[in-house]
Ligand binder design. Structure first.
Ligand SMILES: [Zn+2]
Length: 91
């Protein structure tokens, strides 16, 4: 078995690192936040595990504001968290 260097990303919720391919990206392009389902949206990205626990945790700790170091409004981030929760519930 060859050991590959798989890209790891830290989850905003649990703060643990996991393979990037198992995670959901949220991008900030300087104007708006978006759940990046393609993984290719421009801008800075942060990552979440695909489980509601991590997403709820990140929501409670205002993790998006912390990760992007910005003062997003609650409405803005709530919309993103709602979208993320819908995504993980589909699986
Ligand atoms: Zn997590």
């Amino acid at each position: 078995m060859t050991v590959k260097n798989i890209p790891m990303r830290r989850c905003v919720g649990c703060m643990e690192s996991h393979p990037q391919k198992d995670m959901i990206r949220v991008a900030w392009d300087g104007e708006r936040l978006a759940v990046d389902t393609t993984g290719r949206a421009k801008g800075r990205g942060v990552y979440f595990c695909r489980n509601s626990e991590c997403i709820e945790k990140a929501k409670k700790s205002r993790g998006l504001n912390r990760s992007f170091k910005r003062g997003f409004s609650e409405e803005e981030t709530d919309g993103i968290f709602r979208e993320l929760l819908m995504l993980v519930k589909e699986v």
